[in-house]
Design a protein around this ligand. Structure first.
Ligand SMILES: Cc1ncc(COP(=O)(O)O)c(C=O)c1O
Length: 388
């Protein structure tokens, strides 16, 4: 049976390929350590698990949820945005729950794009920024994140024809895969650009809670005018070790959210109410200490990885956010894929080639910090011993 042409345009999902390669190596008896996928290794906090246990024993949570979300859940998101980001949002019109950021990002394409439209997509970027527009029958237009601009795109360089047909723009800070944080003034320039060209900004806020060295990531919505031109997708996956729970929120422009909600009523039936109640616990100040201790754990791992990379001559700048270290491929390798193959062959350590996140990721590789300490240390030792 032939897949649709839309689906055939999508390259295979990067981690599906990686998983195949890892399985082959393991079958051959290699002790593989994967620093590939960014899935937190630590369990969800007992505070959240206990809230879930209590919620799931209540029969009222067993029914179809609504796509609007529970009132107490939206209230918790409002309080969190105010407490954490100093951003005020109306829980009735400016918050919609999502089945993870991936669902929201994908469905926003279906909600806003027609054939011939463009979505401006950060390159390198989360693969759904390009697969989403394709699957919606539209096109992604890549915006290269430039290292010399702190891994932000040059908005002025976006082609006039592309600007005219662009309806969406995907950005993400703290950034996957580069670990960059938004430079001062960048979000304000984005708001201005989006206003001028009538583009809906989608700020993918998957990593704001994972930051180091005293840095606190802002919400895009804290920028004056941001709510007029954009929405933010805030995910509980990474900051609260909840990747399997499928819980995020889309926050911001009320008109955009009405459209997203209208689409979703035709596609899914919302987030399990017990998960919404567990998320209420996650977003409460009671969970702050747990988040801080996770950040300390990731900081230690980040420092160990950066030190090992420096030992083998890789010049790396420690990221101030996310669970990733983004580093340049050493000289002598034709591509990031070639380097990652080389490392896997020589050490059994899996790295992700930067090109998997878009053409501007070529020349770089990504290390995820979500491997348990003992295995990460072992991987770091193997990398540190790598020569040439
Ligand atoms: C930048 C970015 N956005 C979104 C997601 C997906 O998050 P969720 O688990 O909420 O679907 C990820 C996961 O890796 C990510 O890195």
């Amino acid at each position: 049976m032939r897949p649709s042409e839309r689906l055939e345009r999508i390259p295979p999902y990067v981690f599906a390929q990686l998983e195949r390669k890892i399985a082959e190596k393991r079958a051959a008896g290699v002790d593989v350590i994967s620093l590939g996928i960014g899935d937190p290794d630590r369990p969800t906090s007992p505070l959240i698990v206990e809230a879930m246990q209590e919620a799931v024993s209540e029969p009222e949570t067993h029914k179809y949820p609504t796509n609007r979300g529970r009132e107490d859940f939206r209230g918790a998101v409002r309080d969190f945005y105010e407490r954490r980001f100093d951003v005020r949002v109306d829980p009735d019109s400016e918050i919609i729950p999502a089945l993870g950021a991936k669902e929201a990002i994908f469905n926003l394409n279906l909600a806003f794009l027609d054939p011939g439209d463009y979505a401006l997509a950060a390159d390198p970027g989360y693969p759904v920024y390009t697969a989403g527009p394709w699957l919606a029958g539209a096109e992604p237009a890549l915006m290269a994140l430039e290292p010399e601009r702190g891994f932000t795109p040059d908005l002025e360089a976006i082609d006039a024809q592309v600007r005219a047909r662009a309806k969406l723009m995907y950005l993400c800070y703290p950034n996957n895969p580069t670990g960059a944080v938004a430079p001062e003034g960048f979000f304000a320039r984005v708001v201005e650009f989006a206003r001028e060209h009538e583009i809906l900004v989608v700020h993918d806020n998957a990593y704001s809670e994972i930051t180091f060295d005293g840095y606190r990531a802002p919400s895009f919505l804290a920028t004056p005018g941001a709510k007029d031109v954009g929405v933010e997708v805030f995910s509980l996956s990474k900051g609260y070790n909840m990747t399997g729970w499928r819980c995020a929120v889309v926050v911001g422009n009320a008109q955009a959210l009405r459209t997203y909600w209208q689409l979703k009523t035709n596609i899914d039936s919302g987030v399990f109410e017990a998960v919404q109640l567990a998320a209420v616990a996650a977003l409460s100040p009671d969970a702050d200490a747990e988040v801080a201790s996770m950040n300390e754990l990731y900081r230690r791992r980040r420092d160990a990885v950066c030190a090992a990379l420096r030992r083998i001559g890789v010049e790396v700048r420690p990221p101030r956010g996310t669970i990733y270290v983004w580093a340049p491929v050493p000289k002598g390798f034709a591509s990031s894929a070639e380097y990652c193959e080389h490392v896997l062959e020589r050490t059994g350590v899996v790295l992700t080639p930067g090109a998997a996140y878009g053409p501007a990721g070529e020349g770089w590789f990504r290390i995820s910090l979500t491997t348990p300490d003992d295995r990460l240390l072992e991987a770091v030792q193997r990398l540190g011993a790598l020569k040439g």
